[in-house]
Design a protein around this ligand. Structure first.
Ligand SMILES: C[S@@+](CC[C@H](N)C(=O)[O-])C[C@H]1O[C@@H](n2cnc3c(N)ncnc32)[C@H](O)[C@@H]1O
Length: 329
């Protein structure tokens, strides 16, 4: 991949494994146990997530498509047409929805470069291959790495004005205090009058949320359990996938969906290479994901806290999802 930089390679494979292991051991030593959701996205996890987005019950992707399809002209018209624009997408995944916006912006013959950043090399490679086929005229450059170093790399290497895309409910994966900190970090990486276009999953009927995160085909369960399989593959652990169950629930006080893996019995798991054992009681949870839900008013408050101003809000016909265009103040 010659139009891609792999930031994690700078660390080396052994360092990456050590970093993964440290975060896993740290999370499994806590009470309650937890694992960071960014580790869902190895090649298998990225593929399963892509399949989840096609499920009938998984509304966020469809709603965001609906918003882009209905408002693409208005969204793009808010971005001034002069000079080069870097469209930097954080956690791009398969980028399927983004193509609607890219097609629209290409129509206006502007000088744009699309720069997706994702921790998954599989996601970046598939997306760049797809874009090469479908938009051969589009300048692209992929960054494989985490959000913060990825953004820093782009700021150091790419000149021009910036439009950062943070779509889906990626921001929702951060606990609220960390979400604010991360938005401030994005703001600090931008120049005055740059833009952030952000996806915020809206608070809604809880039954809709519960169905989306406990789908009838069991893909969300597979996605969650893949984290255990990934540790077995990469960290020589011996999790028995039959003895853990996916559990997705909504906390109405915090306003967040939460995913857990629940141990179905008393058991121990050995990480053989390190001779490290962790004990799990029957019914003990491992917290694996937050998916925070917002209100339009919270978009306004968050933008103000993080030195952005709301340019516009776009919602789908069911008002399930919000895309907010913020400008750096
Ligand atoms: C829930 S998916 C959403 C993908 C896409 N934005 C969408 O709306 O369909 C999250 C994506 O963010 C990436 N990701 C998660 N945590 C990340 C991190 N800390 N740094 C970079 N990418 C991350 C994952 O690999 C995955 O492709």
């Amino acid at each position: 991949m010659n139009n891609t930089v792999i930031l994690s390679e700078e660390k080396g494979k052994d360092d990456q494994k050590t970093a993964f292991k440290e975060e896993v051991f740290n999370g499994l030593s806590k009470s309650p146990k937890s694992l960071p959701s960014k580790f869902f996205y190895d090649d298998q996890g990225s593929q399963i997530f892509s399949d989840i987005t096609n499920l009938d019950e998984y509304y966020p992707t469809k709603c965001e498509y609906n918003i882009f399809a209905n408002h693409k002209e208005s969204i793009i018209s808010k971005i001034p047409a002069y000079g080069k624009i870097n469209i930097i997408e954080l956690g791009a995944g398969d980028g399927q929805k983004t193509k609607v916006l890219l097609e629209e912006i290409l129509k206006s013959k502007r000088d744009v470069e699309y720069i997706p950043i994702d921790i998954s090399s599989f996601a970046i490679k598939s997306l760049l291959d797809d874009l090469k086929q479908n938009f051969p005229e589009l300048k692209t450059f992929g960054v494989v790495g985490e959000y913060s170093p990825g953004l820093k790399w782009v700021r150091e290497h790419k000149k021009g004005r910036n439009l950062v895309l943070f779509l889906g409910s990626n921001l929702g994966n951060f606990p609220q205090d960390q979400a604010t900190l991360f938005l401030k970090e994005i703001r600090n990486a931008l120049n005055l009058d740059d833009f952030l276009f952000i996806g915020l999953d809206l608070k809604k009927d809880i039954s809709v949320l519960l169905k989306a995160y406990n789908d009838s085909k069991g893909l969300t369960s597979q996605f969650n359990l893949n984290l255990l399989e990934r540790m077995n593959r990469e960290l020589s652990s011996n999790f028995n996938l039959e003895s853990f169950k996916h559990f997705g629930t909504y906390d109405p006080i915090k306003g967040t969906m939460e995913s857990y893996l629940i141990s179905t019995k008393n058991q121990k798991v050995l990480f053989k290479e390190d001779d490290r054992t962790f004990f799990f009681r029957a019914h003990e949870p491992i917290h694996t994901e937050y998916s925070w839900k917002y209100t339009p008013q919270e978009s306004v408050e968050l933008s103000e806290k993080c030195q952005f101003g709301v340019v516009d809000h776009f919602t789908d016909s069911k008002r399930y999802f919000l895309n907010a265009l913020w400008k750096a103040l």
